[in-house]
Design a protein around this ligand. Structure first.
Ligand code: SAM
Length: 318
């Protein structure tokens, strides 16, 4: 058995539901915007015939290297490093897509390799970028951001109740020594927040918040959903797995906004004729007990599926 299939945290999350949601046709064209270590991609590829096509994207250069190794020799596969927010700018998507998958958040290798700087458990440089070659690292941002902005990020993306206290401590402590290591930040937060009786590490919410901010995860999601919608052919499927409520809210609203007419309002002019362009398939789905017992990460997963509706020919690029 390959090493990566022995560790439950490396199982692709909600795989049967993803495959059912994508409703794969052997000759279809699919895009996995969050390739990671390729678990979902491999399963999609196994269901494609020789005429099928699989486009793979990830922001993370290491995911791209591993994809080249795993799938590079397969003529049905094309690989591109970049955010799924820009998927419609990739020429390969111009012909239109039969399915798009986003399995959001960070991958096991990103969390497990201390050097990537995502983990408060394993000490590493305070980085947190999915693409370490672009933008500011967490350390760079925390070195200059003001207390108000830091508190805002911790509250908005982490719902951290002690956001102001933590932000003030960061700004004060960095006068003596800049924050450069994950353990340094995690220990400081644990001191400020205290252990309490919670089972989760006191730095969990703050690390999540800083990661979401540094990687512009919610902005990318909004843009990625719009780009997927643009490129899906009629009958094509959008499948998104979210891991926290902020992401799921964006996905839910996006689907609803394209599936249902906005509710009427006596004080507003009547909306123009609404023509739905998505159909929601089922509601929010969650991992079953067997999966959550095996893979704790799947406990917070929420999967949503939508189908593009519209005139034939829509979805393919101009
Ligand atoms: C949860 S993992 C995906 C795991 C993958 N489905 C598998 O089976 O191995 C999420 C991956 O998406 C990537 N990612 C997150 N946001 C992205 C974005 N906006 N554009 C491209 N890749 C992104 C991360 O770098 C990470 O590798």
């Amino acid at each position: 058995m390959p090493a990566e299939t022995q560790n439950p945290s490396h199982f692709p999350v909600m795989l049967p539901q993803v495959l059912e949601g994508l409703r794969i046709r052997k000759d279809g064209g699919y895009l996995d915007g969050t390739l990671g270590r390729g678990g979902h991609a491999r399963a999609v590829l196994e269901r494609l015939g020789p005429e099928g096509r699989l486009l793979l994207m990830d922001k993370d250069p290491e995911a791209i290297v591993s994809a080249e190794r795993l799938f590079g020799a397969d003529a049905r596969v094309a690989i591109r490093r970049g955010s799924f927010a820009a998927l419609a700018e990739w020429d390969a998507t111009r012909a239109g897509l039969d399915g798009v998958l986003f399995d959001l958040g960070v991958s096991s290798p990103q969390l497990d390799v201390a050097e990537r700087g995502f983990s408060f458990r394993n000490d590493g440089p305070l980085d947190m970028r999915m693409d370490p070659t672009s933008g500011e690292s967490a350390a760079q941002w925390l070195a200059h951001a003001n207390a108000h902005d830091i508190a805002d990020v911790l509250w908005t993306y982490g719902e951290e109740k002690l956001s102001r206290k933590i932000a003030a401590a960061i700004v004060m402590d960095r006068e003596t020594a800049p924050f450069t290591r994950t353990s340094q930040l995690a220990e400081m937060i644990a001191r400020v927040v205290g252990r309490g009786d919670s089972k989760i590490h006191p730095a969990t919410r703050s690390f999540q918040a800083i990661r979401i901010f540094i990687n512009r995860e919610l902005e990318d999601l909004e843009r990625g959903l719009a780009a997927a919608h643009e490129r899906l052919k009629p009958g094509g499927r959008l499948v998104v797995i979210s891991f926290h409520s902020l992401e799921d809210r964006i996905v839910k609203r996006f689907i609803a906004g394209h599936a249902k007419a906005p509710p009427g309002n006596r004080r507003m002019p009547a909306p123009e004729h609404f023509s739905p362009s998505l159909r929601e398939i089922g509601g929010a789905q969650r991992a079953d007990d067997a999966e959550t017992a095996l893979n704790p990460r799947s406990r917070s997963a929420v999967l949503r599926v939508a189908e593009k509706i519209g005139a034939p020919g829509a979805g393919a690029g101009a």
